[in-house]
Design a protein around this ligand. Structure first.
Ligand code: CA
Length: 236
């Protein structure tokens, strides 16, 4: 069941890197910034860690023994359970084509070795922010549309919006998972919960209501229909 996160605890970062020196350096830099870290030297270890303790973000080395980071990123993106975990690729390759390949597989960002820890931390924070948009109070704001998961209140350009709990959850899910297309069944799993029996057209009903609620403030355009696939939230 999808519950809007309130007062987020420490973000967990999984470092998948076979070079010990780089792993240590990353772990140290991240922990100094208040992140908690897990480390894996290859994909097999990473898989075990993710199953027992889902990370907030994965730093994934491109060149790993066994399965490569790029193939693993592709695999993570293809499975519903891990599709939403942000990935930053670490790569020694500087070629533009490789960077594009990294982003094509579904990585959110890439960083080229050697890099400064300052740059790395900035990238990590930027990606996490892009995913959550959540500040310390849990309040999320996108272009004047503001959601407060503490009170379940929504305001648009400082006007209060009347919204039902389901529409709130749906909007919260969208706003914290922007730019990705979700099918009706994925939205049901995420917002209604996996073991709840609800017909897929229920999603359409709530999308319609949500758009109607947002329409007077012109935010309905953020809830986009992707034909024959599903829906997406985009503030672009
Ligand atoms: Ca490596």
């Amino acid at each position: 069941m999808y519950e809007p996160e309130v007062n987020k605890t420490k973000d967990k970062i999984l470092i998948v890197e076979d070079e010990e020196a780089i792993r240590d350096m990353l772990g140290y830099a991240l922990m100094k910034e208040g992140f908690s870290c897990e480390e894996a030297t290859d994909v097999d270890q990473a898989r075990v860690t993710i199953e027992s303790n889902r990370p907030s973000l994965i730093l994934l080395d491109w060149m790993l023994p066994g399965m490569s980071g790029i193939d693993y990123a592709r695999r993570l993106r293809s499975v519903p359970e891990t599709r939403d975990i942000p990935i930053i690729m670490l790569t020694a390759k500087g070629e533009e084509a490789d960077k594009i390949k990294a982003l094509d597989t579904g990585a959110d960002d890439y960083i080229t070795k050697p890099f400064s820890t300052k740059e790395l931390i900035a990238r990590v924070k930027a990606v996490l922010r892009r995913y959550s948009g959540v500040d310390d109070s849990g309040v999320i704001e996108v272009n004047g549309l503001l959601l407060d998961p503490n009170t379940y209140r929504v305001t648009a350009d400082a006007h209060n919006i009347e919204i039902s709990p389901t529409e709130f959850k749906l909007l919260h899910f969208f706003i914290t998972h922007p730019e990705r297309v979700y099918s009706r069944s994925q939205l049901l799993d995420h917002v209604w919960g996996e073991n709840v029996y609800v017909e897929e057209r229920t999603v359409d009903v709530h999308i319609r209501r949500l758009r109607k609620t947002l329409e007077p403030f012109n935010f309905d355009k953020y809830i986009q229909t992707v034909r024959s696939v599903g829906y997406r939230f985009s503030a672009r």
